[in-house]
Design a binder for this molecule. Structure first.
Ligand code: 5GP
Ligand code: MN
Length: 336
């Protein structure tokens, strides 16, 4: 890892650390940020986690989560922390547009910047970059980084638990994006006492009645299958948002259900939010939804899991998605 010695030397001096992760933080964003926070505090540094927007309530059990600053709610404090930080860690995101209004503050800051991330196309702003698109999660990468730094022995159960959260959320409980390190890291974390059964229950059996009914509505009334392109689309209108009183997090993971249909290899979940239309895209195998998101919807992410958005009418966005499909997906002669 290039620059590892410099990073090691920096962390031998006491630092004022700010840890940043992406908007709408998920299990990997929170797990990596909170694990790093605990470890740095233990080493004597100061460490504050700043989240661009609030976190899903299911993660409120995580150690240190109450100490996070939510930028949307404490703008001045967040900006001040970034301005006076001597080190900034950017975890689980690849570009400054993923942290919204804090992007320019980070770019301007004189702090030593570290990026640990597994998305495609990382931006070149950091002083130290550990980017690996083959990693299951940023939590897996943090583990490998700490292994290199010889820090594993100081890992507490809380830190191990936070890292495990990132592993299971970014791999859908080891169903995709895994590599041999993923299982090695999981095994090590379990040996530290992580209660994986209880974590899985807390995180994956956590829908509200409203959320499960909304899923039913999506599957029954809002799903369209395009067999010749092995693609499924679910859309949600402004009216659906009102009727189901949808708030942030309620639509999480709906996109994945489309891929449960035999023969479906591309899934799109397209929703009409107040000012933008947001897309979540998923695929299997060699089909890159990252290219679709990047080329047509001002977004990005991973090859098989990406997102984007458009300032346009819902119908037009759905139409645009359908019309670009043939460029990325081979037409099937045998229909599903
Ligand atoms: P989700 O569909 O679950 O919101 O996001 C899937 C993946 O795509 C995540 O890794 C996320 O970082 C990425 N992603 C989602 N929306 C955007 C976006 O608007 N821009 C970029 N660059 N990446 C996104
Ligand atoms: Mn991640």
């Amino acid at each position: 890892m290039e620059g590892l010695q410099e990073l090691k030397d920096k962390l031998l001096q006491i630092q004022d650390v700010v840890i940043l992760t992406h908007r709408n933080p998920d299990g990997d964003a929170l797990g990596s940020s909170l694990a790093l926070r605990s470890l740095l505090l233990k080493m004597g540094h100061t460490a504050k986690v700043i989240l661009p927007s609030d976190y899903p309530i299911i993660f409120s059990f995580m150690e240190g989560i109450d100490d996070c600053i939510v930028f949307d709610e404490e703008i001045d404090k967040a900006k001040e922390l970034v301005a006076k930080a001597s080190m900034i860690f950017c975890l689980d995101f690849n570009g400054l547009d993923r942290i919204d209004k804090l992007g320019p503050d980070v770019l301007q800051s004189k702090a030593y910047k570290v990026l640990v991330d597994h998305h495609l196309d990382p931006e070149p702003f950091p002083d130290f970059t550990f980017s690996d698109t083959a990693a299951s999660s940023t939590c897996e990468q943090l583990f490998l980084l700490w292994e290199q730094l010889d820090w594993l022995s100081s890992m507490s159960l809380d830190v191990a638990t936070s890292l495990f959260v990132g592993l299971i959320t970014d791999t859908g409980c080891f169903k995709y994006s895994t590599n041999t390190n993923t299982y090695r890291v999981a095994s090590y974390l379990k040996s530290k006492g992580v209660d994986d059964y209880s974590l899985n229950d807390t995180i994956f059996n956590a829908l509200t009645e409203k959320q499960l009914r909304l899923l039913g509505h999506c599957l029954a009334n809002r799903m369209e299958i395009i067999p010749e392109f092995g693609t499924g689309i679910i859309h949600l209108t402004k009216e659906d948002y009102k009727e189901f009183n949808i708030i942030r997090g309620d639509t999480e993971s709906i996109v994945n259900y489309i891929l449960m249909i035999r023969g479906i290899e591309v899934a799109a979940f397209i929703r009409q939010q107040p000012t933008i239309v947001k897309l979540s895209l998923r695929s299997k195998g060699d089909i890159s939804v990252q290219e679709i998101a990047r080329n047509h919807f001002n977004g990005g992410g991973h090859k098989n899991a990406s997102g984007g958005s458009a300032y346009a009418r819902l119908e037009d966005v759905i139409h645009r998605f359908k019309s670009v499909l043939p460029k990325y997906v081979k037409e099937k002669t045998i229909h599903v």
